[in-house]
Write a protein that binds this ligand. Structure first.
Ligand code: SF4
Ligand code: SF4
Length: 287
């Protein structure tokens, strides 16, 4: 049976960092909002536990979620469920990590982003080393600003050679990268050029909407984070009928969490079971 890959994004939107390039609206959550988010998260976790399908989950919060006990507990609980193949989360890795000891570790993955304007390299690397000691799979990434290239190189040099370092291309200005920039970033992340373009996707087959879909705190389903119309609700009977192959309706797809599902790119062959936490199945990088 093929696995469902579910991207969950609840209402939580607060973050302890304030990156000036943050794509999300940074807000402060009230205690009531956090409680509401935690309730919705617990409902989602219970729903996963009640399913018979094999499921991978990637939490893609608007802000930083791992500070909150509700997300730590959700990760632990999901990691122990027999039908959960992987539970992963996007995080800035600034929070406590000891709770990961309670997880079924082989089912957990972290997608950790380094934000050099918000933390120091030694502090971030210390967190990565803690993950190594705990035996938690993780990828590490940065935004590929040209002026940050020396910092990217230093991070690569000091990071565990076995850890994949991805670089997200900034797409704020066309032709931002010269051929030489593409070459030097690609020397660190061989998949960088794939991320540096928006892929023409309209009319093309994509797993998003079939075996991959996104879910919000109320259970509303979208085929992906980038196509807004709803296709169903996981808390309503018969929602499975919404899951079927259909061509992409957007002109392009430019974000890893989207185009990784685009059939023509064949990236499930590259990432295998590491598709949620963005770790290629076999090392394609030079540590
Ligand atoms: S860590 Fe992520 S969510 Fe938080 S401000 Fe930076 S980019 Fe935004
Ligand atoms: S190609 Fe991207 S935008 Fe289109 S359906 Fe797939 S994930 Fe969504």
């Amino acid at each position: 049976m093929s696995a469902w890959s579910i991207l969950y994004r609840g209402p939580l939107s607060s973050c302890n960092y304030s990156c000036n390039y943050c794509p999300f609206a940074k807000t402060t959550n009230t205690r009531a909002e956090l409680e509401d988010d935690a309730r919705k998260l617990a409902r989602f976790v219970a729903w996963v536990g009640g399913r018979s399908e094999s499921i991978r989950v990637l939490f893609t919060p608007w802000g930083e979620a791992l500070f909150h006990r509700s997300y730590q507990e959700a990760m632990v609980r999901l990691s122990h469920l027999p039908n959960v193949r992987r539970v992963a989360i996007q995080t800035n890795l600034s929070g406590p990590l000891d709770w990961l000891e309670s997880c079924q570790r082989e089912h957990v993955g972290l997608w950790a982003t380094y934000h050099p304007t918000q933390t120091s390299r030694p502090r971030f690397l210390a967190q990565c080393q803690k993950l190594d000691r705990l035996g938690i799979r993780h990828s590490v990434g940065v935004v590929g600003f040209k002026e940050q290239f020396p910092e990217v190189l230093a991070l690569r040099r000091e990071l565990n050679p076995e850890t994949y370092l991805w670089i997200n291309a900034t797409k704020h200005a066309p032709d931002y990268y010269s051929a030489q920039d593409l070459e030097r970033f690609s020397a660190v992340d061989p998949l960088f050029t794939l991320n540096a373009v928006r892929h023409e996707s309209q009319g093309k087959a994509c797993r998003a909407g079939a075996s991959a879909f996104s879910v919000d705190g109320d259970g509303a389903m979208r085929r992906c984070h980038f196509i807004k119309p709803l296709i169903g609700n996981i808390y309503e009977a018969g929602f499975e009928s919404a899951l079927r192959e259909r061509p992409c309706t957007n002109e392009t797809c430019g974000c890893h969490i989207g185009y990784v599902h685009l059939d023509v790119l064949n990236l499930y062959a590259v990432f295998g079971e590491g598709v949620m936490e963005r770790i290629p199945a076999t090392p394609i990088w030079q540590g």
